[in-house]
Ligand binder design. Structure first.
Ligand code: USQ
Length: 384
């Protein structure tokens, strides 16, 4: 298949590009390096120093006899994305190209506005470009499990059958997200559902939990040159990736608030497996399909305890510290999200167990000298 990966320089995008290329699909990565700009804005560096996208692609293509192609540009520029779709007519478009950080979106007005403008308008431009140039392409859009928030009922996969005053209907699941970033994905989902219904597009919206993990089989072929950008700062670092770096530097694991918050999550390798499963099983024309993409869910306290107890096996004396929650989120709540769709299509989840934690800790340990402990305490507050 011809697969376009929007956001192909990112934590998820780059390993996804290698995965599909390795399996002989034609891969084109698109990026505007906005994440690199935000890194510079905050002065945050990822754990490992990574060759440029252009160099990584050269190395990958040369060593594997492949031909990933690169296009640099911005989805906010409608002509740019329209021209790419007109020229390439992809079978699948994987759309990761959004500002991905909740804390960034909550740090000030400009960044909240940027997040929603960038994500919502970029996605709209893409939808118009698909309609005009390749209406049969399958759009695989990265949404977030955080779109739902923490409702007091089971979280279904995107849709909800309701009975109201004796009448029945199927509606989009009610959303109560927790940041301007998460909200941007809700707006995207509504726009995509509308264009499936009205224009007949086909889309899979992946409502994904937070991702953890340092490596994938393609990366480990030449980790130094092919690694992805692993973040552990408060803006881009997700909780487990932060816990791994905290544990190896003997910094207490920073649990926000009571730690009873429950969250769904998955390994980086499973993210890519899920995208692959979606790509191999496209939805029908006009179908807006939602998969809840996570493999486990736990409380933050349990996650911290799991990392603490695994780290003891390699001689680390990890402590856990509850700190005042910088976010506004429920800390005691019901949580029961469903994730049967991907499993029924064949996903074999990587279990979050001691071995996987140790694999991650050991890899992070190799970069211990580069870890900056100043990145650990959160400064962005939801209520200022
Ligand atoms: N948290 C801590 N300690 C930390 C960092 C975070 O207790 O040091 C807590 C947060 O308060 C939150 C939970 O851990 O309750 C998850 O936070 P996170 O920073 O790992 O993830 P989040 O901000 O929710 O966003 C991440 C990705 C985002 C993706 C989302 C999926 O950055 O792109 O959409 O995970 S989900 O978590 O389902 O919303």
């Amino acid at each position: 298949m011809k697969i376009l990966i929007l956001g192909g320089d990112g934590y998820l995008g780059w390993p996804t590009a290698m995965f599909f290329s390795k399996r002989n699909h034609q891969v084109i990565v698109v990026d505007n390096f906005i994440k690199k700009k935000i890194e510079l804005e905050f002065g945050f560096k990822p754990l490992n120093s990574q060759p440029s996208l252009q160099d990584r692609v050269k190395i990958w293509n040369k060593n594997n006899n492949k031909s990933i192609k690169i296009r640099i540009g911005d989805l906010l520029n409608h002509r740019f994305i329209k021209d790419i779709l007109k020229e390439t007519k992809p079978d699948v478009i994987v759309h990761y190209a959004e500002q991905p950080s909740a804390p960034y979106s909550m740090s000030n007005r400009e960044r909240a506005v940027f997040t929603q403008y960038n994500n919502v308008i970029g996605n709209l431009n893409l939808l118009f470009a698909i309609k005009k140039n390749c209406p049969n392409s399958h759009l695989i859009k990265l949404g977030t499990l955080g779109e739902y928030g923490t409702p007091n009922i089971d979280i279904e996969e995107g849709w909800l059958n309701i009975t109201h005053k004796g009448r029945r209907d199927k509606v989009l699941f009610p959303k109560k997200p927790g940041s301007f970033y998460h909200l941007s994905k809700v707006h995207d989902s509504s726009n995509i559902e509308f264009t499936c219904r009205v224009w007949g597009l086909r889309c899979t919206d992946l409502n994904q939990g937070f991702v953890y993990g340092t490596s994938t089989p393609e990366m480990s072929m030449d980790f130094e040159n092919l690694c992805t950008s692993f973040h552990y700062d408060e803006v881009f670092g997700t909780i487990l990736n932060r816990f791994f770096t905290q544990a190896v530097t003997n910094h207490p694991l920073t649990v926000y608030g009571k730690g009873n918050q429950k969250r769904g999550f998955l390994n980086l390798i499973d993210t890519i497996n899920c995208v692959n499963i979606a790509a191999m099983n496209p939805p029908k024309k006009s179908e807006f399909r939602v998969f809840n993409q996570f493999t486990d869910f736990k409380t933050l306290n349990q996650l911290a305890k799991d990392v603490q107890s695994a780290s003891k096996k390699i001689g680390l004396k990890t402590k856990i510290k509850k700190i005042k929650n910088p976010r506004k989120e429920m800390e005691d709540h019901y949580y029961n999200p469903k994730n049967t769709s991907l499993i029924s299509l064949g996903l074999k989840p990587i279990r979050f167990n001691e071995k996987i934690i140790l694999d991650n800790l050991k890899l992070v340990q190799k970069f211990k000298k580069r870890i900056n402990k100043n990145y650990f305490l959160p400064t962005v507050k939801w209520e200022k």
